[in-house]
Design a protein around this ligand. Structure first.
Ligand code: UDP
Ligand code: MG
Length: 150
């Protein structure tokens, strides 16, 4: 399994509902390494670029309005198999189809208010990281690395 970076974003509802700490804690406790994070009010143009693959969908305009309705927490988490594991930690797109124990399965109900985004593949993670963090990521050695990886 390769070391990967994944783009994780707490959506405006997650911020407003006070779930930022809970969500960050899950990635920290799992052992993933935080390499970038910022609170950001994204413009509609920026969000349209982020979700450009979905621009033909009926829910697109509502999605952009929801995502622009308040600040988001943009993050990059790094570690072994981070993209797939991140998606598993999020749960399904529809929170009602998400298992208890996942972030969406534990904290939300409607698809259009599903509190968190996670990259769905290594390629899309790279694109999303470049879009949200043009300034680059933090490079440091995690003190816990040898306690997490054998
Ligand atoms: N979405 C929606 N209605 C739908 C499908 C998706 O409002 O029928 C929203 C939802 O917030 C979702 C986002 O659009 O998280 C992006 O959709 P995608 O299919 O990429 O789901 P995700 O990758 O976030 O699980
Ligand atoms: Mg997606």
């Amino acid at each position: 399994m390769a070391t990967e970076q994944t783009y994780i974003m707490i959506k405006p509802d997650g911020v407003q509902r006070g779930l930022v700490g809970e969500i960050i804690a899950r990635f920290e406790k799992r052992g993933y390494k935080l390499v970038a994070m910022k609170l950001m009010q994204a413009s509609k143009e920026h969000l349209e670029k982020h979700y450009e693959d979905l621009s033909s969908k009926g829910f697109f305009n509502g999605l952009i309005k929801y995502m622009a309705s308040g600040p988001v927490v943009a993050m990059v988490w790094e570690g072994k198999d981070a993209v797939k594991q991140g998606r598993a930690m999020l749960g399904a797109t529809n929170p009602l189809a998400s298992a208890p124990g996942t972030i969406r399965g534990d904290y939300c109900i409607d698809t259009g208010r599903n509190i968190i985004h996670g990259s769905d593949a290594v390629d899309s993670a790279k694109k999303e990281i470049a879009l949200w963090f043009p300034e680059g990521l933090c490079q440091y050695t995690a003190a816990t690395a040898s306690w997490i990886y054998e």
